[in-house]
Design a protein around this ligand. Structure first.
Ligand code: ZN
Length: 162
């Protein structure tokens, strides 16, 4: 699987909810896992590899998990700001503000309901991936100064994609 980069339309589209938890879905998730391992990532959403489906995978303490049709709820108003990168915006690092604690409600690949409470880094990774499925990228969560700083880099990535 090849990773879509900034400038490609699918990254900006809200992902379609998954309705069949079938072999095809499991196959996509397995391929995504392989792709993520190859590039040493910690998270990958289906639209990043060209599938318009509300599915992402994440590496949480050395295990890779797949989450389908995720919904996030912040568990407090507390936030922090840390540098974040994105496989779809290679070489760009920006400070992104995220909730410290979130609850994730999702399905697994079998369609079973999963509820998780996450804090710190895992909470940040999940927020990043859920953003992807809504068509939101890290560069949407930064201020005008940082945007100006990375403008040339973004332009370059976009030109490569087209
Ligand atoms: Zn990303």
């Amino acid at each position: 699987m090849s990773i879509k980069t900034y400038g490609e339309a699918i990254l900006r589209k809200k992902a379609e909810p998954v309705t069949s938890f079938d072999g095809e879905l499991a196959h996509i998730a397995a391929q995504m896992k392989k792709t993520m391992q190859e590039v040493n990532g910690v998270g990958l959403s289906a639209n990043q590899v060209g599938f318009d489906k509300a599915l992402f995978i994440v590496k949480l303490s050395d295990e890779t998990y797949a989450f389908v049709n995720p919904e996030l709820t912040p568990l407090s108003n507390e936030t922090n700001k840390t540098e974040e990168g994105c496989l779809s915006i290679p070489g760009v690092w920006v400070d992104v503000e995220r909730y410290l604690k979130v609850r994730l409600s999702a399905k697994n690949l079998e369609g079973e309901t999963i509820e998780l409470e996450l804090e710190g880094h895992p909470a940040r990774v999940i927020q990043h991936e859920v953003d992807h499925l809504a068509g939101v990228l890290i560069i949407d969560r930064i201020g005008p100064d940082e945007r100006r700083r990375i403008a040339d880099q973004l332009e370059e990535i976009k030109n490569k994609a087209s």
